[in-house]
Design a protein around this ligand. Structure first.
Ligand code: SF4
Ligand code: SF4
Length: 229
């Protein structure tokens, strides 16, 4: 068995998600992502089960593994107790570790996610902090969000948030000791190294395409080659 396949099979998501597949297609029938995207969990599981290295390598370079919404509907119906969504997670981890995520449009969005974690979680200590969600990056949120963004202080006062101030209350500033602990959690669990790898691979890809990192970041939000459905 190749090193790549060994690595895939050691992933806890793979171990949890894969028993044996009889190729029935029930997972594809129930999968909401298959309804909208060029995506078929049955064939992915079947290729992985066959240890088809060429297909696995193609998958970790492709958009396909990023179409799954991780809703786990497939888990509820598989007659063999497989969870294709977990197998997809293992393939994504492989793409992240091997750096192959940069070869697909949806995979490159890992950089956007990394930036969100850097700023919202590692700088502020929150999953989402409203003043960092720029309206121009999220046109789908409509004009209301832009208004909130432009009137942030007033809005925070009206909802009684202690916004970015020390002490207690919603959206308060997280104290230095807690932030230090948060960073240590990322360090000891491998999160820091994982994110650094996403950064390094993305910078390399941006350099190859002659794009600066701000443009690269914007592209991860706006690119759509029209081939996904
Ligand atoms: S439902 Fe289960 S057994 Fe059927 S194709 Fe999907 S993973 Fe395989
Ligand atoms: S977890 Fe992924 S593969 Fe499974 S049903 Fe949801 S979108 Fe489809």
């Amino acid at each position: 068995m190749s090193e790549l396949i060994e690595k895939l099979k050691q992933d806890i998501h793979y171990i949890e998600g894969m028993n044996s597949c009889m190729n029935c297609g029930v997972c594809t029938a129930i999968c909401p992502a298959a309804e909208f995207y060029n995506y078929d969990p049955r064939t992915i599981v079947e290729s992985v089960q066959r240890n088809d290295e060429e297909t696995i390598r193609t998958l970790i370079h492709s958009d396909m593994i990023w179409y799954c919404g991780e809703c786990m509907s497939c888990k509820t119906r598989c007659p063999r107790g497989n969870t294709p969504g977990l197998i997809i997670m293992a393939l994504r981890k492989l793409a992240q570790d091997e750096g192959t995520f940069v070869h697909s449009e949806k995979g490159r969005q890992q950089y956007a996610l990394k930036r969100v974690i850097d700023t919202h979680i590692l700088e502020r200590g929150y999953c989402v902090t409203p003043d960092l969600v720029k309206p121009e990056m999220h046109p789908e949120q409509g004009p209301v969000w832009e208004w909130v963004y432009d009137h942030m202080d007033d809005v925070m006062e009206r909802v009684h948030a202690n916004f970015r101030k020390p002490g207690e209350g919603a959206l308060r500033e997280i104290d230095a000791e807690s932030m230090d602990e948060l960073h240590k959690i990322f360090d000891v669990t491998g999160g820091t190294a994982f994110l650094q790898n996403i950064q390094t691979c993305s910078e390399k890809k941006a350099a190859e395409t002659g794009t600066d990192m701000e443009d690269y970041f914007l592209h991860t939000y706006t690119d759509n080659n029209g081939s996904h459905a």
